[in-house]
Design a protein around this ligand. Structure first.
Ligand code: ADP
Ligand code: MG
Length: 695
């Protein structure tokens, strides 16, 4: 048998079962070995019959005391009964519809039985226990793997197939990690790792196996990402852009730049004038002033005769960018057009014409920018805002528009307000250079945040009235099914849009009859959304009840209160984003998280927000508490799937793997040495969707 032997050659695996295994991506022996358990059950403890805890699943070692008795109780139903004993007592076993047990259990021999222990009328009993001879230790008396399953495939079957695969071709697993790396980082050998990730000899052996496999996965990932980056750095020529001092740009702004903005702009200028395409992520907390850094890039491109496109994930945000940037760009002699789905045909045609002619140098818009018929004369810079909302495919669709205009590789700038822990950013945005805006413009008073229970609801309403009385505005955000998601990520019940609508109506009619309450949600038509948003921005509404559509980028400086209903449904980073909608003006701002949850963990999590306003700290905490799913899930990152590595728990291993990868690439940049061929092959396999990773 080899690693490529199909599963149908395993005993008991016919075509029907093979189809089911295929659902688990298991086609051959090798696939079995890499289908790692999702959990383990520790069945090492062996109990004497009388001392075993009743009501729990336990292993009991006992001797068969009599010949098993088979009885047919009715058509299609039989049962086998047998008594087993040890020094402490008797255990009564019953097997339903397993007539083979009659011949499989031999009187006078010892077995280990595993099942939930029951006790009736002082008799200890088990129903349908799993059993095996003492000494085999595959399902009892050991740590047992628990596999991902599908209907018709039990964990027991998976374990048995995997055992056979390991026994028959486990020795064909080649060691791919260079010996030097393995020794330096004290990593287990490959055979040990695969044996113990499936059938751990002990918890320590499992740790060692997992660490080796995690390291290995992150090591290949790091090598692949570094290679992508290297390739880009040596990549084709970029459209030339002439440098111009940041100060010339800054002179036109009504405020001085923050140090972080200046540093980021300088990094952008270096990229743009280096002769290769820029690929930069600007990461910064809400309100850190990312837009200006992009504006600087747009200005540089425009001065060199190039066009730029700024794509935002929502209509509201695109309009907002247009409002702030168009006047500034006009001062700089750059003509800007807006392109969104809700615009009338005439306005759209006009915008398209100016882009095709090249008279408009900046296009701001939504996905509408990607639609057919939108052509650029010389698109040299692509900026996407809140990148995690866009797939890789959309980024390349914009790049294709540049190519149509004869520019093979436009510069790319990505802005993200989701601060991501540095280590994770290296993975998620591994192929981008990263600038961090870790400084807010001066003069902002930190937002005060409160976590309150339902019992404070009336006080919260009172607080809304008080602030509105002082001339401020408030947001009230409810979790609800939104246009793109369709489901609640936390899996809990969410308000449907109808409920949000009803809630808004109730607030208007019963709670705030004197105030002006508006409603904004994702299912509204773009034009309606725009009119509600502008009404709020213009101060014509006091309270905006909203789903999370306002999460992204909206800027109303007079809004000083953010109330979030059911905040436990959101990730901390998302709540932090929501909170960032206030505190944008000169007024003291507040965020009230009102929760009906009594879960200590949920409350503790929410309190993190009350304690800090540093988005990076919050995201580290989110990562620690909820794992990386939130960060990965929100973006089609186009990176390989990780099988063992758990980025929340394995950050230390990640750092080590990154260092090892770097060291290896420094010694042998193209992985050409013969001893590095196995590494090269594994990286290629991991990045099979990027076939030219080493070119
Ligand atoms: P974000 O990083 O969230 O996208 P914006 O770019 O929207 O932040 O900036 C938030 C607000 O701060 C805007 O009103 C912008 O005009 C203002 N702003 C940007 N940079 C500065 C600065 N250096 N000093 C003062 N205000 C600034
Ligand atoms: Mg922004």
């Amino acid at each position: 048998m080899t690693l490529d032997t199909p599963v149908t050659e395993f005993p008991g695996i016919g075509p029907a079962r093979a189809v089911k295994l295929e659902k688990l991506n298991i086609r051959c022996a090798g696939d079995l070995l890499t289908a790692f358990p999702r959990d383990y059950e520790d069945r090492r403890a062996l109990y004497p019959i009388q001392d075993a805890p009743v009501g729990q699943k336990v292993c009991i070692r006992a001797m068969v005391a009599e010949r098993p008795r088979l009885a047919r109780i009715r058509r299609g139903m039989d049962l086998v009964k047998v008594k087993v004993v040890d020094a402490t007592g008797t255990l009564y076993l019953t097997f339903f519809n397993q007539s083979y047990v009659e011949k499989a259990l031999h009187p006078g021999e010892e077995y280990i039985f595993f099942a939930a222990l029951e006790e009736r009328e002082h008799r200890r009993a088990m129903v349908n226990p799993l059993f095996e001879p003492v000494g085999r230790r595959q399902a009892t008396g050991c740590i047992v793997p628990v596999y991902h399953l599908t209907e018709g495939i039990s964990s027991h079957l998976m374990a048995s197939l995997t055992r056979q695969a390991l026994d028959r071709c486990g020795d064909q697993l080649a060691e791919t990690l260079p010996q030097s790396v393995r020794l330096e980082h004290q990593l287990a050998q490959v055979a040990f790792a695969y044996e113990n990730i499936h059938f751990p000899a002990s918890p320590e052996a499992l740790d060692a196996a997992r660490r080796r496999l995690t390291f290995e996965e992150l090591f290949y990932l790091s090598i692949g990402l570094a290679s992508l980056k290297n390739r880009r750095d040596q990549g084709g020529p970029a459209v030339p852009i002439a440098p111009a001092p940041v100060d010339d740009f800054a002179a036109l702004l009504p405020f001085p730049l923050t140090g972080a903005q200046r540093r980021t702009m300088e990094e952008i200028a270096t990229d743009l004038t280096a002769g290769r395409p820029m690929n930069r992520l600007v990461q910064g907390d809400v309100g850190s002033g990312k837009t200006m850094t992009a504006a600087y890039a747009v200005w540089l491109a425009a001065r060199s005769g190039l066009q730029a496109a700024l794509m935002a994930p929502t209509e509201v945000l695109a309009q907002q960018h247009f409002k702030t940037l168009a006047p500034l760009m006009a001062q700089l002699g750059v003509d800007t057009v807006l392109l969104t789905g809700s615009m009338g045909a005439a306005a759209r045609r006009d915008a398209r014409e100016r882009l095709a002619l090249g008279s408009a140098r900046l296009a701001i818009g939504t996905h509408a920018l990607l639609s057919e018929g939108v052509e650029f004369r010389a698109l040299g810079l692509v900026v996407t805002d809140e990148q995690h909302r866009f797939g890789v495919a959309q980024r390349s669709a914009l790049a294709a528009k540049a190519q149509a205009g004869g520019i093979p590789a436009p510069h790319v700038l990505v802005m993200s307000a989701t601060p991501i822990p540095r280590t994770l950013a290296l993975i998620i945005y591994g192929d981008l250079d990263v600038s961090v805006l870790d400084e807010l413009p001066p003069g902002r008073t930190p937002i005060e945040t409160f976590v309150v229970g339902e019992d404070k609801r009336q006080r919260m309403y009172g607080f809304v009235r008080k602030l509105v009385g002082e001339g401020r505005q408030a947001y009230i955000v409810c979790p609800a099914v939104e246009e793109n998601t369709g489901e609640d990520p936390a899996g809990g019940p969410v308000l449907d849009l109808k409920a949000v609508t009803v809630y808004a109506k109730r607030l208007q009619e019963e709670v705030f009859p004197q105030l002006r309450v508006g409603l904004l949600h994702g299912k509204m038509r773009p034009r309606e959304k725009e009119s509600v948003m502008s009404a709020f921005a213009a101060g014509a509404l006091d309270i905006l009840v909203s789903t999370t559509v306002i999460e992204v980028g909206v800027d109303v400086p007079n809004a000083a209160l953010m109330v979030v209903e059911n905040p436990e449904r959101f990730g901390l980073s998302q709540l932090h984003q929501l909170r960032g909608r206030v505190g944008r003006g000169k007024h003291q701002s507040y965020c009230v998280l009102i929760t009906g949850s009594h879960s200590a963990a949920a409350l503790q999590r929410l309190k993190v927000l009350a304690k800090t306003t540093d988005g990076f700290k919050i995201s580290e905490e989110d990562l620690r508490l909820r794992g990386p799913g939130d960060f990965f899930g929100s973006r089609q990152h186009g990176l390989p799937t990780l099988h063992v590595a758990d980025l929340s728990g394995d950050l230390r291993t990640l750092t080590q793997a990154q260092q090892a990868a770097q060291a290896l690439l420094e010694a042998d940049p193209g992985l050409e040495l013969p001893e590095h061929q196995p590494v090269r092959a594994r990286v290629r396999e991991l990045f099979r969707d990027t076939p030219d990773i080493f070119n």
